[in-house]
Design a protein around this ligand. Structure first.
Ligand code: SIN
Ligand code: MN
Length: 283
């Protein structure tokens, strides 16, 4: 389902585009059912919160689940992704963020592209995230905060000393394992002074949307989310599509395939019934 010129221009200007209730309730239920089967698995692709028992994220699930594989090829998200990056796309990253009731932890302020550039050798930010909401996201359950327009600052290099001022988060630079990109102590988080300046310049917004909505967002938009102390789940699936013209350059210490796919085959969109065809029950 292609975006209109107006939608594309909103995406370009604010760095994100929310499409409310894009997927049906039944499609969402199908994905949630599939997800429920993943919790029991013992796999390095499953990341825990600091408590060591609450699941924070699953990675690379699209390579082993037919339902999530079909989601990545759903025209509702692939076609806009191709329009946004201006070429065919391949799946760069796939993750499911759980943000569990009462215990889902924060995501610090950050941009995505700096990870992909510094850790993975991605040449340019010709890439887009499609965040699919499997639950309602609201003021209670740790919604995504974004600074609209902040992608126009391009990549803020948090490793440059003068950008890390008095308010620097002490957790941000020491951990060199790949987990430092995915636990609550993020490697390239943006310091408080910088966030305050960006918010003064651009404002701030929280995403408030029903399950089934999709948020496309720019890899350079500054975003974060607070913890979830509510009784409501806040599961999202984030599919990151990279341009086939933007294949990462070799790096000395590549991250695992389940985090950064080296399957550069362009995604061919399925029909709009991509998920329905997977469903054992009546739609
Ligand atoms: C992310 O930055 O990848 C996830 C943010 C969130 O789930 O709130
Ligand atoms: Mn992010």
């Amino acid at each position: 389902m292609y975006l209109t010129e107006e939608q594309l221009s909103i995406y370009k200007n604010q760095g994100f585009l929310l499409l409310p209730e894009y997927f049906s309730r039944t499609e969402i239920e199908l994905m949630k059912l599939e997800l429920s089967g993943l919790f029991g698995e013992n796999s390095p692709t499953k990341v825990f919160e600091k408590d060591g028992k609450t699941v924070r994220s699953f990675h690379g699930t699209h390579t082993k689940s037919e339902v999530f594989n079909r989601l990545t090829r759903h025209p509702f998200i692939v076609e806009p992704a191709m329009q946004i990056v201006g070429s065919k796309v391949y799946i760069y990253q796939f993750k499911i963020n759980i943000k569990a009731p009462f215990s889902g932890d924060i995501w610090q302020w950050h941009q995505d592209y700096i990870y992909w550039r510094k850790e993975d050798g991605m040449p340019k930010p010709q890439v887009v995230n499609a965040m699919c909401l499997l639950d309602d996201m609201n003021e209670f359950n740790g919604p995504l905060f974004v600074i609209p327009g902040s992608h126009k600052e391009e990549m803020i290099d948090t490793t440059v000393p003068h950008l890390q001022m008095a308010t620097t988060n002490s957790n941000s630079s020491s951990d060199s394992t790949w987990l430092a990109s995915f636990n609550a102590n993020m490697k390239y988080s943006i310091n408080q002074k910088m966030v305050a300046d960006l918010v003064t310049k651009y404002g701030i917004t929280a995403i408030n949307a029903a399950a089934g909505s999709v948020l496309f967002f720019d890899s350079n938009i500054v975003h974060a989310s607070p913890n979830n102390i509510s009784p409501f789940g806040r599961t999202t699936v984030i599919v990151t599509y990279n341009s086939i013209e933007n294949i990462p350059l070799p790096v000395s210490n590549p991250r695992p395939e389940f985090l950064v796919s080296q399957d550069y085959r362009p995604v061919t969109p399925l029909g709009a019934d991509a998920l329905e065809l997977c469903c054992p029950v009546e739609f």
